[in-house]
Ligand binder design. Structure first.
Ligand SMILES: Nc1ncnc2c1ncn2[C@@H]1O[C@H](COP(=O)(O)OP(=O)(O)O)[C@@H](O)[C@H]1O
Length: 288
């Protein structure tokens, strides 16, 4: 583990990603997904080890709108590791006026994925900055999103756990359409009030809106890619390109499947339980 941490901290980690990118064949995705499809192991269960003694190099998977950002960010605060969301890196780039931002705008607003090359360059820069600041460990949100990205990550470092958050697609659509961001502070909110009846063996799901405080209420904006047509295209792209990534980690015994039972109050304690962190939060608050 120490060797991996050293490797992660050393700047060679970033150059390794770049080197892997230039050598990984495009066709790797197809072969890896068919290989993984043959090996179907059960979801894993993380060890009950104090996170202080545990290497935290996790990835969060899941459809657009499922709440990867919400839960990855809460866990990052709890565990003291950086939360790195590639969607945020893309949006930061979009807000600049570089030639790359124009290219990205077009891709993102069609609900498509940015190329592996571009996303890995953005991620490498972010990791490089983290290395300089002495960061250790990470929770990646929105990466990897293709099997090729997963293979490149696997080539350069060890991933301990892949957490796959799940919600039914009708709930995901409502959640995406309800998303709002405060233009000033950047915090995320959701104005959707979700109340889906249980049918066809699926449980009922209720989620209260996550409303902004008064000082953010007049500054809410909607992401340009959160329209119904673009969200549906993103679901299609997810099923096509990103779902095989679930299989990639399942085949390696690293996948935790987590069906969200409702909003944050119901889901957060259950997620901590699934990650064997349920008593860790209590111990942290007791120590504070
Ligand atoms: N790992 C990635 N690979 C390719 N494109 C990405 C990746 N991460 C983010 N993007 C681009 O940024 C957009 C927004 O990402 P994100 O905020 O993670 O969206 P979502 O809410 O759909 O999970 C994506 O639709 C895609 O165009």
């Amino acid at each position: 583990m120490a060797a991996v941490t050293r490797r992660l901290r050393s700047s060679s980690y970033v150059s390794l990603i770049r080197r892997s990118l230039s050598t990984a064949p495009e066709s790797a995705s197809a072969s890896a997904s068919s290989e993984s499809a043959q090996v179907r192991s059960q979801s894993t269960s993380p060890p009950r080890v104090d996170p202080k003694d545990r290497n935290i190099q996790w990835v969060f998977l899941g459809c657009p709108g499922v709440g990867k950002g919400t839960y990855a960010s809460r866990l990052s605060t709890l565990l003291g590791v950086p939360h790195i969301a590639t969607g945020d890196l893309v949006r930061e780039e979009l807000s600049s006026s570089t030639p790359l931002s124009k290219q990205l705008k077009e891709i993102v607003n069609q609900g498509k994925l940015v190329s592996d090359e571009i996303i890995i360059n953005l991620l490498s820069k972010r990791l490089e900055a983290g290395e300089t600041n002495g960061e250790s460990g990470f929770i990646l949100d929105g990466f990897p999103r293709t099997v090729r990205q997963a293979e490149i990550l696997d080539d350069v470092t060890h991933i301990d756990l892949a957490v796959n958050l799940k919600l039914p697609e009708n709930v995901l659509l409502e959640k995406c359409l309800g998303r709002r961001i405060c233009d000033q502070c950047g915090k995320n909110f959701n104005v959707a009030s979700i109340n889906v009846k249980g049918e066809n063996g699926n449980p009922a799901i209720k989620m209260a809106p996550l409303l902004p405080p008064p000082h953010c209420a007049s500054k809410l904006i909607t992401r340009s890619d959160d329209t119904e047509a673009i969200v549906k295209e993103r679901f299609r792209v997810y099923n096509d390109k990103s779902q095989p990534v679930e299989e990639f980690y399942r085949a390696r015994g690293k996948l935790i499947e987590f069906d969200l039972p409702g909003g944050i109050p119901e889901s957060w304690p259950k997620l901590l339980e699934a990650l064997n962190l349920d008593d860790y939060e209590d111990r942290q608050s007791a120590a504070a």
